[in-house]
Design a binder for this molecule. Structure first.
Ligand SMILES: Cc1ncc(COP(=O)(O)O)c(C=O)c1O
Length: 491
């Protein structure tokens, strides 16, 4: 059932735009205000707007004005109207597509459900943050615009957030990077002057494997328990001692893809093992701000490892399009990391840094919106899987953006191939495997709108039936499983 927005709610949301001074016609301003609210998610995709009869009253406008605005929105692809279901919000095609699949831009048809990416649209208030940042930008224009360490205001905000989470940090320990993955690249290049072993969990975030390898890492895969939040601390300790790795890449907070959250009581122990084995962890906290069950997130793992490099970004909880992330580096490594940073690029655009600083400062208002969206998405997807694919085992993650599902038997790569016939793009389990395998698993993000999420399980049930009936033939290059890492962005 679509969420119904009352006329009062919508009227309150558009009121500021309608009362502002403007010579534009009222219907145009109403159209613009509604379009804006849809684009930034405050009028969520799949929700039902008040009828053309109900909205004029609270707005103090004529019915003709509202009808004209709705007609315009329909023409622009922001609304669809069906007899009996009213005017339902939809998000029109994004210029360039929701995701740029780089080397395979035409692989997905229009309207396909793309589940390769754990990233959502920008939250409400993003356009306003850009507008305000644009005003602040004026003060920076007389300078050169080069801030390889990051614009001071952003470094201060990021440092203060770490300190508030119990990891005392000063702005000079923060290096701003174009995303968390770029942070991993900077850290890896700074830590690995020559080919060295790097321990990574398997499953793990696939682009990090590629980035670490690109920096010269020889990957040592350490299997983790997929189905519990607990880390196998003893196993990790042995792997750290025996692998000969000097560096480890870890995602303790709503791990991608499993969603697992390392419990507080294990963090000190894991830290002790890393220190004892003299292994420097690159701790990826990209997803730390997305707890969904109201629980407090444990203290940063970096608190237990003075030598740790922590990377983070705004991509997951705010917007990937900002391309703003950072590294928190120990003082003793600041110089090495600054040098490593300069080998890769010279910094992040000032405007985006200013937007990120503003939005980080407003995170207490933004995060609840994002959590609510994700919670709803998680419930829709879980309900669909329980109904259509009850034989799949799905652990409900305490946070993050995706479900990690155990299939009754291997066939994830075949499933991804079969799903294409039903217009669904999937990242199969082997994409997340550092050392091969994981064909019995599939990751399903719940970041899309209701309309699309409701279709995921029924379509996958059809694709899974094809797999079980033996109707799927894998292309030769697909048989190794990790084919799509090279060809698609999997985020
Ligand atoms: C664990 C993890 N790290 C890094 C990234 C990439 O983040 P960014 O867009 O900030 O580079 C992702 C994206 O999915 C991720 O899941």
């Amino acid at each position: 059932m679509p969420r119904v927005l009352t006329a009062r709610t919508v009227a309150d949301l558009v009121a500021p735009a309608l009362t502002a001074e403007s010579s534009d016609p009222t219907y145009g301003r109403l159209t613009e205000a509604l379009r804006h609210l849809i684009a930034d998610g405050r009028l969520p995709e799949g929700s039902r707007l008040p009828s053309e009869r109900d909205l004029p009253g609270p707005l103090g406008l004529s019915r003709t004005t509202v009808t004209r605005a709705y007609t315009e929105l329909r023409a622009q692809g922001y609304l669809r109207t069906r007899r009996g279901s009213g005017s339902v919000v939809q998000v029109p095609d994004v210029p360039g597509g929701r995701i740029d699949h780089l080397l395979t831009p035409s692989a997905l048809s229009d309207g396909a459900i793309d589940l390769t990416c754990t990233a959502a649209g920008a939250p409400g208030g993003t356009s306003e943050a850009y507008e305000q940042a644009l005003e602040e930008l004026a003060a920076y224009l007389p300078g050169t615009g080069y801030y390889p360490g990051g614009v001071p205001v952003l470094r201060e905000v990021v440092a203060a957030r770490y300190s508030a989470r119990g990891l005392a940090t000063t702005p000079d320990q923060v290096i701003v990077a174009p995303g968390a993955l770029a942070g991993v690249a900077i850290a890896a290049r700074g830590l690995l002057p020559q080919r060295e072993r790097v321990l990574v969990e398997t499953p793990t975030y696939p682009n990090a494997i590629a980035t670490l390898e690109g920096a010269g890492a020889r990957i040592v895969a350490h299997p983790i328990d997929h189905e519990r939040d607990d880390w196998d601390v003893g196993g990790l300790g042995r792997a750290l001692r025996q692998s000969g790795a000097r560096v480890a890449y870890l995602i303790p907070d709503f791990h991608n893809p499993t969603g697992a959250l390392m419990p507080s009581h294990q963090r000190a122990e894991v830290g002790r093992m890393l220190r004892a084995a003299s292994v420097v962890p690159i701790i990826d906290e990209s997803i730390v701000d997305l707890p969904l069950d109201g629980q407090p997130v444990p203290e940063p793992l970096g608190r237990h490892v003075p030598d740790a490099i922590t990377v983070g970004s705004v991509s997951k909880w705010l917007w990937g399009g900002l391309r703003v992330g950072w590294l928190r580096v120990p003082r003793g490594r600041a110089e090495d990391m600054a040098a490593s940073r300069l080998k890769l690029d010279l910094g992040v655009p000032v405007l985006e840094q200013l937007v990120a600083a503003r939005m980080l400062q407003a995170s207490d208002e933004i995060l609840p919106q994002q959590h609510a969206r994700l919670l709803e998405g998680r419930e829709i997807l879980l309900a669909g899987l329980r109904e259509y694919l009850p034989e799949w085992r799905v652990r409900v993650p305490k946070g993050g953006m995706a479900l990690w599902c155990a299939l009754p038997h291997s066939g994830s790569t075949a499933l991804a191939t079969a799903a294409r016939a039903y217009d669904v793009a999937l990242a199969s389990g082997p994409n997340f495997a550092a050392g091969g395998g994981l064909d019995g698993w599939v990751r399903l993000p719940y970041v899309l709108g209701r309309d699309q999420l409701e279709q995921v399980a029924p379509r996958l049930a059809q694709a899974w039936a094809d797999v079980q009936a033996g109707h799927v033939t894998l292309a030769r290059e697909e048989r190794g499983g990790r084919q799509s890492v090279a060809r698609r962005i999997i985020a």
